[in-house]
Design a protein around this ligand. Sequence first.
Ligand code: PAF
Length: 306
Amino acid sequence: MPKALAPYGSMMKPILISRIADLRAALSAPRREGQSIGLVPTMGYLHRGHMALVDQARGENGLVVVSIFVNPTQFGPNEDLDTYPRDLEGDLKLCAEHGVDIVFAPDVADMYPESMATTIDVAPLSTILIGAQRPGHFQGVATVVAKLFNIVQPSRAYFGEKDFQQLTVVRRMVRDLSFDIAIVGVPTVREADGLAASSRNVRLSPEDRSAAAVVSRALDLAEAMVAGGERDPAAVAQAVRQTIAGESRAGTPAVDVRLAATLGELDVIGAAPVVVLVTVPFGSVLLLDQREMAGAAGANQKRKTA
Ligand code: PAF
């Protein structure tokens, strides 16, 4: 039987499970009883952003599973796998406070007992934008998410809108492979100065941490421009770049204005919702942010690619 954790205060949950077989055993009775299962896939070091996903899952499902797995296959050779922050005890405490039923924290050998012969590639979504900067990243994400979906078989799975391309990749994979799972995108949680909550924020120096607020200010400007009638995606992207360049601590940003539904390119901001996607380095930390916004109602949409 799965090992129950010592209770945090008066709370008996969550149950910590590290083996796939134990998780399947723990979920079989609730599933038979018809309970809906909400899955929140994470890499741990949980923060307010994750807890917004958990709270939404808690409100919509009979049982909530949070997976914590720092997935090696989505990190490139020179990326931060070894230094990725980890704090299982802290994560369990937060999960207890937010009413999570099960924390699934497998080790690498359980998830990948042998080298994988199968990879899920949601092309071309996985090779554009961040996928072009991080070759293999979204193949690693899609493959581990598909494994988690097969292991947990949730009714719903929750992903942050901050990682907009990841959410788009997962939605497309679910449609293509006919997973019977509702994918729920949850709005980005922000700090008081607008910085998007992220596990990587703790690695910012205090100076970079306060400078990083420029990213959401730049996105505010983009939103105001589109709301004010700007229809040229290049002009919006340029304004975002210029605003970020005004902060000397920021590295060179990648800024893209895309169709929100498909991440396809566009020449003119038309009727369909668009998303402004930003990645920008502060020291060795690459920050991501995005803003989805309504297009111009009734305007002509000229799409280059889907
Ligand atoms: O967003 C994350 O934390 C990860 O990419 C995910 C979805 C848990 C897959 O490892």
